[in-house]
Design a protein around this ligand. Structure first.
Ligand code: SF4
Length: 64
């Protein structure tokens, strides 16, 4: 599983970094960044899906 953030959709509410601080951070403008390059460890898959489900802008893209 890989995770991306659609920078054009992200509005920076940071729900993702609250739900999954191991995966998401923020840039200087408050928009989400992905902290893990490449495949996510299996133990973080559920957190990634939870963050995606809770993103109010539908800005989190998960590639299986
Ligand atoms: S929850 Fe969604 S809109 Fe908010 S910072 Fe994270 S990716 Fe961006």
């Amino acid at each position: 599983m890989r995770v991306k953030v659609d920078a054009d959709s992200c509005q920076g509410q940071q729900m993702c970094s609250i739900a999954a601080p191991e995966i998401f951070g923020s840039d200087e403008l408050g928009h989400a960044t992905v902290l893990i390059d490449g495949d996510l460890p299996t133990e973080l898959h559920a957190k990634a899906r939870r963050a995606q489900a809770n993103c109010p802008e539908d800005a989190i893209i998960i590639e299986e």
